[in-house]
Design a protein. Structure first.
Lengths: 369, 501
C-alpha cells in the first residue's frame, strides 16, 4: 500500500514536472516566433525573409549550427552556469562580464608569456585556463570581500567592477600586452599550437565546448548530490534557517559560491581567447556576461538546463547576425526577442507559483485533514 | 468601577466596554481603561492578557467589535493612527519604527505633512530638548544611537506631533536598569506637566514605583483598578494570575503523571554554572545562571518578553556562545525555534531537503538522498506528517504538519539515545487544538525515551502542563520553581514569593 502510494506520488510529481517543462517550452516558442514576427512587421521588413534568415543562420545546417551557434553557446554555458550557481547561493553576481574579461586577460597573458617550445603544449593550455579561472575568482573576490566585510550589495559592486575590468583590458592592450608593432589596441596573436583543438567534424567548434559541457554538468551534479551543493542551496534559500537549523556557516558558503561563480565566468574568458579570438582586445565579449543572466534565469537556475538555454541563446545570436547580413534586419531585434523571452518565462513561472502557494495563514489554520 | 465616558476633560482617555475577537480568540471582553490627565497609568497583565490589543485600539490600529472611546472628554471614533495622532495620542512600540540610516531630525520629520523643513525640525528638537530635559542630538544618525536613545527618538516623534497622552509598550524591556530609571523619571515629569502616560508592563516593581493608577487585565477583562499608593504586589499578582493563591489548581494533568524526582538523581545533560549570556548585539541578557537539566525530564522555561529566556534557549541549543561561566551541553541539541518559517525550514524546498538540513554544516562528500528520503518517509509515518509526499515543498503543508516535521527532524527519533536533548520554543504557536495535542504527546514520548527536553512557552499554562519543574527568567536572573502557577507567576513578574527556595 505505501509502495503503491509512493509510486502514484512520484508519477504525479513527474507528470506535474513534465507539464511545467512543457509550459515553459511553449512560452519560449510562442515568444520567439510571435515577437520576431511582430517586430519584423512593425519595422516594415518581410516576415518570411527575416525568419528564414534567423533560421538558416542558426540551425540551417550542421556547419552553421556548430560553427556559429555552438561556438557562441560555449561562453554562454560557462557564464550561465556561473550565474546559476551564484543566484542559487543567494549571491546576485551581475559581474560575469567583468570576470570573463579578467579571465580572458589572464589566459592571454599566460599563453603569450610561455614559449610553447619549452613546455608541453597541454600544460600551457591548462595553465592558461587555470589562470583565467583564478583571474575571474580574484575579480569576484573584491565584491565578495566588500559584501562580507561591509555589507556592500554585490549587485552594485559587481556591475561597477565590470567597467573597471573593461578599462583594465583597455589599458593592457595599449600597454603591457600590446602587440609588438604598438599600432593596434590588441595583444599579439597566440601561437597556433596553443589554440584549443577543434572538434572533428564540427566546423569551427573547439574543445572548449567539452569544457563548458563538463562544467555545467558538474555544477548541476554538485547542486543535486554533494553536501557542499546542498549547503549552497540552503544558504541561498533561507540564510537564517541554514544557520540555525543546519549549522551552516553562511558567510563562508556565500563567499565560496561567489568565488566559484567568478572562476567559471573567468574560465569562459580563457576559453574564448584560446578557442575563438586567439588574442586579447577590448570587444572580446559581445556582453556574454550579461546575456548569461538571461540564460540562467531561463534555465530556472539549473546548470543542466543552462546547457539547453545557452545553445538557444547562442543560436539566437548567430541567427541575428545572419538576419542582419542576409535580410538587412538590425540585429538589435534579437535583443528585443531575448527580452521578450525572459518576460514570457518569468510570467509563466510567477503564474505557476501563485497558484501553488496555499492561501492559508498560520493563525486561521483549518483542522489538519 | 468607572462611569460611562462623561464630558470630563481631565480624563485623558476612556475606553469602555471594549470587545475584540480574532478568529476563535476573544482577545478583549468588555475591557475598560480610564486614564486621568497628569498621571502615569500602569496597564498590567500576563502575556496574552490583552494589554497590547487594548492599546492598539486606543491608537486606532485596530477597531473594536464593541465599546466606546473618549479622548479628553470627547467621544471619538478612531479609524487609523492618524486619527489618534490628531487627538494628541502618541505610541511608542516595543519594536521601533525608525529608519536607521537617517538622522534623528529626518526620522522625526518623516511623519510630517507638506514641505520638508529640516532646519526647522532641528531647531524644534533643540527646543524640545531644552523644554523637557530630553537629551537628543537631532543631527546624528539613528543607527549610531543606543537602544535607549532610539527610544527617545520614538518619544520625540510623538511629542513633536503634540502628543498629550503617551502609550509605551514594555518600554523598559529593551533597556538596561540605569536607563530604565532615567526613562521612568522622565515619564513622571512629563505627566506632572498635565499630560498622561500609559505604561504597558508586566513588571510589578515598575508599576508600584511610578504609577498613580493601575489597571490589571486578565484574559481580556479588566479585573482590577486601583490607585498606585493603595496597590500591593500581592494584590496585583493575584489579579494578574487569577485567584491561584486562593486554591485554584492547574488541574490539567493529574499529579501522578509527573515523575517527581530531583534533578541530581538524573544523568545531567545540561549543566550551567555562573553562565552569563549576551544577545547578538552584546547586551548581557542572562547573568550568573546555574542549573542542571537531566535526562528524561521536561524542564519548562518561563519569563516575560525580553527577560533573557530567548538567549537562554539559544545558548542551550548551541546557537549562542556563553560570555562567561560554564554551560555544558551535548554536541547535538535539537532546536525548534518559535519562528519556524524564518529559522527552521526552507519553505520552497522539498521535505527531504528540510530533513537533510539538520547537520548540513558538517556533512562531507555526497548526500545519500535515497537514505534521507527513506528516513523522511519513516519520520513522516512515525510523526503522522500529512503531506502530498516527501518531495513536496514544505510550504504546501499546514502549519501543524510543518511543525511535526521540524520536531521529528530535531528529535532525531531514529537513533534516540539517553543523552538526546531538545530545546523547543513556543512549539505550538499557531497550531490548532489537535496539532497542539500531538506535539505535546511527542514531547512527552521523547522525555519517556530518556531525552532532556527544555520547553519555553509564552503560554505559562502550556509550561505547567508539560514540565516537571520550571526555570523562571526575570530580568536576567534564572531561578528554579516548582510546578505551581502562583509561584511561577510571581517569579515571572519579579515578585518575591513565600514558596521560594
Amino acid at each position: 500500500m505505501p509502495n503503491a502510494e509512493r509510486r502514484v506520488d512520484r508519477m504525479s510529481a513527474a507528470m506535474r514536472e513534465a507539464y511545467r517543462e512543457l509550459a515553459v517550452v511553449a512560452a519560449v516558442v510562442v515568444a520567439i516566433g510571435g515577437a520576431a514576427a511582430l517586430l519584423l512587421l512593425a519595422m516594415g521588413f518581410p516576415i518570411a525573409g527575416g525568419l528564414t534568415a534567423l533560421w538558416t543562420g542558426s540551425f540551417g545546417s550542421w556547419y552553421v549550427f556548430t560553427s556559429a551557434s555552438l561556438v557562441r553557446a560555449v561562453p554562454l554555458m560557462l557564464t550561465g552556469a556561473a550565474v546559476a550557481l551564484a543566484f542559487r547561493g543567494g549571491v546576485l553576481n551581475i559581474g560575469g562580464e567583468g570576470q570573463l574579461l579578467v579571465g580572458a586577460a589572464a589566459a592571454a597573458a599566460v599563453a603569450l608569456a610561455m614559449p610553447s617550445a619549452t613546455v608541453t603544449v597541454p600544460l600551457v593550455i591548462a595553465a592558461a585556463l587555470l589562470a583565467a579561472a583564478l583571474g575571474g575568482a580574484l575579480w569576484a573576490s573584491v565584491a565578495a570581500y566588500l559584501r562580507a566585510r561591509y555589507g556592500v550589495l554585490e549587485v552594485i559592486s559587481t556591475i561597477m567592477l565590470n567597467f573597471v575590468a573593461l578599462h583594465l583590458v583597455s589599458y593592457l592592450v595599449r600597454g603591457p600586452l600590446q602587440e609588438p608593432t604598438h599600432v593596434y589596441p590588441q595583444s599579439a596573436t597566440i601561437v597556433d599550437a596553443l589554440h584549443l583543438p577543434r572538434l572533428p567534424g564540427a566546423g569551427r567548434l573547439h574543445s572548449g565546448f567539452v569544457v563548458a559541457l563538463t562544467v555545467a554538468v558538474a555544477a548541476g551534479w554538485m547542486l543535486r548530490r554533494t553536501a557542499a551543493g546542498f549547503r549552497l542551496v540552503a544558504a541561498g534559500e533561507n540564510p537564517a534557517a541554514a544557520t540555525s537549523a543546519g549549522g551552516i556557516d553562511v558567510r563562508v558558503t556565500t563567499a565560496r559560491v561567489f568565488l566559484l561563480s567568478g572562476a567559471l565566468a573567468g574560465l569562459a574568458g580563457g576559453v574564448e581567447v584560446l578557442g575563438v579570438t586567439f588574442a586579447l582586445y577590448e570587444n572580446i565579449s559581445p556582453g556574454y556576461g550579461y546575456t548569461a543572466i538571461a540564460v540562467a534565469l531561463l534555465a530556472r537556475l539549473d546548470p543542466w538546463r543552462v546547457v539547453a538555454t545557452a545553445v538557444l541563446f547562442g543560436a539566437l545570436e548567430a541567427g541575428a547576425g545572419a538576419m542582419q547580413r542576409d535580410a538587412g534586419v538590425p540585429s538589435t531585434l534579437v535583443s528585443v526577442i531575448e527580452a521578450a523571452l525572459i518576460l514570457a518565462v518569468v510570467a509563466t513561472q510567477s503564474f505557476r507559483s501563485r497558484r501553488q502557494r496555499p492561501d492559508v495563514g498560520e493563525h486561521v489554520q483549518p483542522v489538519d485533514a | 468601577m468607572t462611569e460611562p465616558s462623561g464630558g470630563d476633560e481631565r480624563i485623558a482617555l476612556v475606553l469602555q466596554g471594549i470587545d475584540k475577537r480574532y478568529g476563535a480568540t476573544q482577545a478583549l471582553r468588555s475591557a475598560s481603561l480610564r486614564v486621568r490627565a497628569g498621571t502615569v497609568h500602569a496597564l498590567l497583565g500576563e502575556n496574552g492578557a490583552g494589554k497590547s490589543t487594548l492599546m492598539r485600539i486606543a491608537y486606532g490600529m485596530e477597531r473594536p467589535d464593541a465599546g466606546a472611546i473618549a479622548v479628553h472628554g470627547a467621544k471619538v471614533r478612531l479609524n487609523s493612527p492618524a486619527n489618534a495622532i490628531a487627538l494628541g495620542i502618541g505610541m511608542v512600540h516595543q519594536h521601533f519604527t525608525l529608519v536607521p540610516v537617517m538622522t534623528v531630525a529626518e526620522n522625526v520629520a518623516l511623519g510630517g505633512h507638506g514641505m520638508l523643513d529640516l532646519s526647522r525640525t532641528i531647531s524644534e528638537l533643540h527646543e524640545l530638548s531644552a523644554r523637557t530635559g530630553f537629551s537628543l542630538d537631532p543631527e546624528v544618525q539613528v543607527e549610531r544611537l543606543s537602544v535607549a536613545a532610539q527610544q527617545r527618538v520614538e518619544i520625540a516623534k510623538a511629542l513633536m506631533r503634540r502628543a498629550r497622552l503617551l502609550v509605551l509598550d514594555e518600554p523598559t524591556a529593551v533597556l538596561p536598569p540605569s536607563e530604565s530609571t532615567e526613562l521612568l523619571r522622565w515619564l513622571r515629569s512629563f505627566a506632572d506637566q498635565g499630560n498622561a502616560v500609559v505604561l504597558i508592563t508586566h513588571k510589578l516593581g515598575e508599576a508600584l514605583s511610578i504609577a498613580d493608577d493601575v489597571t490589571v487585565l486578565r484574559r481580556g477583562r479588566t479585573v482590577l483598578v486601583v490607585a498606585g499608593k493603595d496597590a500591593t504586589a500581592a494584590a496585583l499578582t493575584d489579579a494578574m494570575l487569577g485567584a491561584a493563591s486562593a486554591g485554584e489548581q492547574v488541574g490539567k494533568t493529574p499529579a501522578t503523571d509527573r515523575v517527581e524526582s530531583r534533578a541530581s538523581s538524573r544523568i545531567p545533560v545540561f549543566r550551567a554554572e555562573q553562565a552569563t549570556l549576551a544577545d547578538t548585539s552584546g547586551m548581557v541578557r542572562v547573568r550568573d545562571a546555574s542549573f542542571v537539566i537531566g535526562a528524561g525530564e521536561i524542564v519548562g522555561v518561563a519569563g516575560v518578553e525580553g527577560g533573557g529566556q530567548r538567549e537562554l534557549l539559544r545558548a542551550l541549543a548551541g546557537r549562542l556562545p556563553v560570555v562567561t561561566g560554564v554551560l555544558e551541553r551535548p554536541d547535538m541539541v535539537g532546536f525548534v525555534p518559535e519562528d519556524r518559517h524564518r529559522d527552521a525550514v526552507l519553505l520552497d524546498r522539498p521535505l527531504v531537503e528540510n530533513v537533510a538540513l539538520r547537520g548540513a554544516g558538517t556533512r562531507r562528500g555526497l548526500i545519500e538522498w535515497n537514505t534521507i528520503g527513506a528516513r523522511t518517509e519513516s519520520l513522516m509515518r512515525t510523526f503522522d506528517v500529512r503531506a502530498p509526499g516527501p518531495r513536496a515543498p514544505i510550504r504546501t503543508l499546514s502549519g501543524g504538519n510543518q511543525q511535526k516535521l521540524v520536531l521529528a527532524r530535531e528529535l532525531d527519533a531514529d537513533d534516540m539515545t539517553s543523552t538526546a536533548a531538545i530545546v523547543v520554543e513556543n512549539p505550538t504557536r499557531g497550531l490548532d487544538v489537535r496539532a497542539t495535542a500531538e506535539v505535546h504527546a511527542r514531547l512527552r514520548a521523547a522525555r519517556d525515551a530518556g531525552a532532556a527536553v527544555v520547553l519555553y512557552s509564552s503560554d505559562i499554562d502550556e509550561v505547567l502542563l508539560l514540565a516537571s519543574r520550571v526555570l523562571v527568567v526575570y530580568a536576567g536572573t534564572v531561578r528554579e520553581a516548582p510546578i505551581d502557577r502562583d509561584v511561577v507567576g510571581r517569579l515571572m513578574l519579579g515578585a518575591e514569593t513565600h514558596a521560594e527556595r
